[in-house]
Design a binder for this molecule. Structure first.
Ligand SMILES: Cc1cc2nc3c(=O)[nH]c(=O)nc-3n(C[C@H](O)[C@H](O)[C@H](O)COP(=O)(O)OP(=O)(O)OC[C@H]3O[C@@H](n4cnc5c(N)ncnc54)[C@H](O)[C@@H]3O)c2cc1C
Length: 493
């Protein structure tokens, strides 16, 4: 029986492990952290549970290829799915703009706000709706398809291609400028106020959401990862937690030995690196097997930016059912020194629909503040002085609470800072390069990467995971884990 060693127990590593076991391989997953799941995780603080990942899971709709894949890996089997009525609500002055799941309701609520924007509102809704015909493909990878299968795939992606053509080169700013009403302008613009990020990302997100293809599994991210761990071990897979791979013994074109920080050594016929791409190329392969497509991207952060987060967890002594699950509200002054430009909005998500995440009568709330290249460099420098780093996190958390109290005066004295994660947190726990939570962010000038994971010069090792294809995230992690095993099976006939 062929033995596969998988480096990294995130969603990609677990998916590869499950498909390896299902296909008659003998596999082991080596994971740096003491628990598996990677960035798909959550953590407990002071009686609350902070969900660290799933805001939206694409592939929750029954009968779609991606849903079938999630079920196969045990992620959603028998799990209740929560369908929030709005993707987000954005406050501007005394107007609240809702991105409703029901696209007709979205349209009528926007028309009510701004009848003079009728043409652009209707066009926006038609284009979002066009994506209802699109399901993320989760069958064979493209490189394994014959010509007929490729033609069928292209046909099924006709509408998605049309949307990319129309919006792929349009920035959030340019698109928001097409609206006359300041609140509607701001609702679009505030997603990505700076940079040349393509507005197509939000059109796709809304297409998936309003087409009922993305929702939230009850129990959250950690529970979902746990179900996949159980599926993997029930199929006979072995897990090695707290087992960080630090060195590879390479002879000729083969990896012979995998050496871990805890002294353990593993050997396998095949090795799947389901860890961060930069960790693989730079740390484990010491820059000797560089891939020009990745190098080009890592070197040009303007065209291929990475995004991370400051992620603030707050416990609220009260309930919030009457407040939209995800709400963005304007802030006058929040002092985040890392950001060159002042932050104009804060985005909060509350978990009132998850009673087990907080003590009875309380609610857990998270805030995600995007961090890009310049900010990431500031965090890297700050991390060298642990005391200053911890003080800065605390200061940001307290500033968020003050802002929250200003927006919701009835919450004064009832908000408790639970935790602040920074880009360095993701780097520390997951070896995530620059704390990135997805692959390269789509910009107008960047070309999407499509990679099979092959490492030139190595015959028995491949890369898998969120870095291989856009748009990254959990769907790409689960798909690429499966694809890696499909390619391996083909290689072995
Ligand atoms: C705050 C936040 C919110 C997010 N929200 C969403 C969302 O709403 N929807 C969505 O689809 N996606 C979301 N994502 C993205 C999603 O979490 C990731 O895209 C996905 O989990 C990546 O999976 P992966 O297996 O490819 O990589 P990872 O999760 O990074 O897994 C890699 C694993 O490898 C391990 N590892 C690294 N180096 C080594 C080594 N040398 N030895 C052993 N193990 C190693 C790491 O510890 C980690 O467990 C979010 C991420 C974050 C951080």
């Amino acid at each position: 029986m062929n033995k596969i060693v998988i480096i990294g127990g995130g969603i990609a590593g677990l998916s590869a492990g499950i498909f390896a076991q299902k296909n008659g391989f003998d596999s082991v997953i080596l994971e740096k952290h003491h628990t598996l799941g990677g960035e798909c995780t959550g953590w407990d603080r002071q009686g609350y549970h902070i969900d660290g990942c799933i805001h939206w899971l694409v592939g929750t709709k029954e009968g779609t290829p991606l849903r079938n894949l999630w079920d196969t890996v045990g992620a959603l089997d028998g799990v209740e799915i929560y369908h929030p009525e709005s993707f987000m609500a954005v406050e501007h002055g005394d107007v609240t703009v809702h991105f409703y799941r029901d696209i007709e309701r979205l349209k009528s609520s926007w028309l009510e706000i701004s009848p003079e924007d009728k043409d652009i509102i209707e066009e926006f809704c038609i284009d979002i709706k066009r994506l209802h015909s699109f399901s993320m493909p989760a069958g064979k990878p493209m490189d394994m398809m014959n010509i007929i299968e490729k033609a069928k795939l292209m046909l099924s992606m006709k509408d998605a291609g049309m949307i990319m053509k129309k919006y792929g080169k349009v920035t959030f700013k340019a698109f928001s400028d097409r609206f006359k009403h300041p609140a509607l302008k701001m609702a679009i613009y505030s997603f990505m106020p700076d940079g040349d990020y393509s507005v197509s990302s939000i059109i796709f997100a809304l297409g998936m959401f309003t087409g009922d293809q993305s929702s939230i599994p009850i129990g959250g991210s950690k529970a979902m990862a746990q179900r996949m761990i159980e599926r993997y071990t029930s199929l006979g897979g072995t897990i090695e937690p707290s087992c960080e791979v630090v060195d590879l013994d390479i002879k000729g074109d083969r990896v012979q030995k995998i050496k871990c920080k805890n002294g353990k050594i593993f050997e396998g016929d095949f090795i799947i690196a389901a860890c961060d791409a930069n960790t693989l190329y730079e740390r484990l392969l010491n820059g000797k097997y560089s891939d020009p497509r990745f190098q080009k991207r890592f070197k040009n952060s303007k065209v291929y930016p990475l995004a991370s987060n400051i992620y603030v967890g707050i416990g609220y002594e009260g309930t919030m059912e009457d407040i939209p699950r995800t709400l963005k509200f304007p802030v006058e002054s929040i002092d985040i020194k890392q950001n060159k430009k002042p932050i104009e909005h804060l985005q909060m998500t509350h978990y009132a629909y998850e009673p087990d995440f907080a003590p009875q009568g309380h609610t857990v709330i998270t805030f995600a503040i995007n961090q890009f290249q310049d900010e990431l460099e500031v965090w890297e420098a700050l991390y060298k002085d642990k005391e200053a780093y911890n003080n800065e996190k605390k200061r940001i958390g307290e500033a968020v609470i003050k802002t929250m109290e200003k927006r919701f005066p009835h919450m004064v004295g009832k908000l408790k800072l639970l935790d602040v994660a920074s880009p360095q947190t993701y780097e520390h726990y997951c070896n995530a390069y620059r704390g990135a939570f997805m692959g390269f962010w789509p910009t107008l000038s960047g070309k999407p990467l499509q990679h099979t994971g092959r490492i030139k010069g190595l015959k028995n090792m491949v890369l898998s995971g969120q870095w291989l294809q856009p748009p990254g995230g959990l769907p790409i992690a689960v798909i690429t884990g499966k694809d890696t095993i499909m390619r391996l099976r083909k290689k072995l006939n």
